[in-house]
Ligand binder design. Structure first.
Ligand code: PMP
Length: 458
């Protein structure tokens, strides 16, 4: 029906009440964003929003970043697209070498794709091809954790430990096996820090024995679980145990750092923070800060050398593979990180954010848990703090709270709580990595005020 936009005095469209856009989530009243600046977004009516989740933990270098935009513009004027199966470009080569120099040991080859889901998909295809070429095609299963999120293409969705996301789209790929993911608030352990690694390692070992370790191709994990568990870091020693177990059976490890990578934890690679040296690693989101669709797949040279059948080793290509319009954004963001100490800022201000969230929110009624690391945090809201009983899903608590915060100019994100029973209502906090302490104060204060006001009415 294509509703016509209303216009404000300056002739800018204000709202598209009907419009032709297919998907509109979360916000009830879709504002039209006119521009952004740092951690703020502005709509066409002049309202300012603090972007407390950087979209979905994407906008790493903030909005309206002229340095980054300028670099992409320069590349576009030179050449915006070449086919990645015929040509390479300087920006692509430089991004690959810079990322591999930073990456956990051994990850020395990079491919660039358009989204996190594509990178996860390509990573699994890489691993499957590798096992076929090694003469072990029966190694087809992938172990994933619940809860988790790895993307929304069918393979990535099959790997995502969020059952309710899949309900309209089955059948899913059958070679996916699940094991519980660490989640401190609901682990049931008396001392999560002390016993967590042993507990979850034992569950993984049980899963392997049940399935037969020789049928498993890989184990996939987010080093810090993103939106599906509200920024849940692993217990100390967890990944060392996982790596030891997988190594014993020759199972490859895959780190999904789409959300927690690129400085979000205060280290460029979250895996390093947890002594995880994966065989394959994927990045997305913050790698381009939202200035272009971009994700990365990092693999080991020795694995690539074991591949013969694919053209150039790995049998994978798509239109935007390595496209310079995308990789220029990645390179510009990396340069910006280095010039402005963005990762160090995330570490320093991240500590402040974590401390302030705990100090201000934990005493509030209904705030069951605050967790996270660096500039990645999650809050779980529960009806009863003593029993940790979640709110009934039908009450749509997190949706109501986010709308309230939105109305007051704080944008936070959630992928809607406990439809699968793993946790209560979760709110994700993950501002641009350039946020200052004063802006953190504004975020925490608005969030606390919003929770208090909303919960009083509930
Ligand atoms: N993996 C993780 C850990 C993610 O958080 C996401 C996105 N939220 C994805 C994969 C999928 O990325 P994309 O939405 O870019 O396809």
């Amino acid at each position: 029906r294509g509703g016509r936009p209303m216009q404000n005095d300056a002739g800018h469209p204000v709202r598209y009440p009907e419009g032709n856009v297919l998907l509109r989530h979360l916000a009830r009243d879709f504002p039209v964003v006119s521009h952004g600046e740092g951690v703020y977004l502005f709509d066409t009516q002049g309202k300012r929003y603090l972007d407390g989740s950087a979209g979905a933990l994407v906008a790493s270098v903030g909005h309206g970043n002229r340095e980054v935009a300028g670099r992409i513009h320069e590349q576009l004027l030179r050449v915006g697209y070449v086919n990645g199966t015929h040509f390479t470009t300087e920006v692509t080569e430089q991004l690959a070498s810079r990322l591999c120099a930073l990456a956990p040991e051994g990850l020395t080859r990079a491919a660039f794709l358009g989204s996190g889901s594509e990178a996860v998909e390509a990573a699994i295809k890489f691993i499957r091809q590798l096992w076929v070429e090694r003469g072990e095609p029966q190694r087809a299963k992938v172990i994933t954790r619940v809860p988790s999120y790895h993307g929304n293409t069918l393979y990535a969705l099959s790997l995502s430990g969020r059952p309710h996301y899949k309900k309209f789209f089955g059948p899913m790929l059958s070679e996916v096996v699940t094991t519980p993911a660490p989640y401190p608030y609901r682990s049931g352990l008396e001392d999560y820090a002390r016993d967590g690694a042993d507990h979850y390692a034992r569950l993984l070992e049980e899963t392997l024995q049940r399935e037969g370790p020789g049928t498993i191709a890989a184990f996939i994990a987010e080093p810090v679980i993103g939106s599906s568990a509200g920024a849940s870091p692993p217990p100390p020693g967890y990944f060392a145990r996982v790596q030891e177990i997988c190594g014993r059976y020759g199972i490859l490890t895959l780190a999904d750092e789409v959300m927690c990578g690129c400085g979000r934890t205060g280290r460029f690679f979250a895996s390093e923070l947890y002594d995880f040296t994966p065989d394959v690693l994927v990045l997305g989101k913050g790698i381009s800060g939202g200035y272009a669709p971009l994700s990365a797949l990092l693999v080991r040279q020795e694995h690539l050398e074991q591949m013969r059948l694919g053209s150039g080793g790995f049998m994978h290509a798509q239109t935007y593979l390595q496209a310079p319009a995308m990789t220029a954004a990645g390179l510009a963001v990396l340069d910006y990180y280095e010039r402005h100490g963005v990762v160090a800022n995330a570490a320093r201000v991240g500590q402040y954010l974590q401390r302030r969230l705990r100090e201000v929110l934990l005493p509030l009624p209904f705030v069951g848990s605050v967790q996270g690391v660096g500039l990645m945090a999650g809050v779980e809201l529960v009806e009863d703090k003593a029993s940790k009983k979640p709110f009934e899903r039908s009450r749509k608590v997190v949706e109501g709270l986010l709308s309230e915060l939105f109305a007051h100019g704080l944008v936070l994100w959630s992928n809607t709580g406990h439809a699968d029973g793993t946790n209560g209502d979760l709110v994700m906090i993950g501002p641009p990595l350039i946020i200052t302490e004063a802006e953190v104060d504004e975020l925490v204060e608005k969030l606390a005020r919003g929770i208090t006001a909303f919960m009083e009415r509930l």
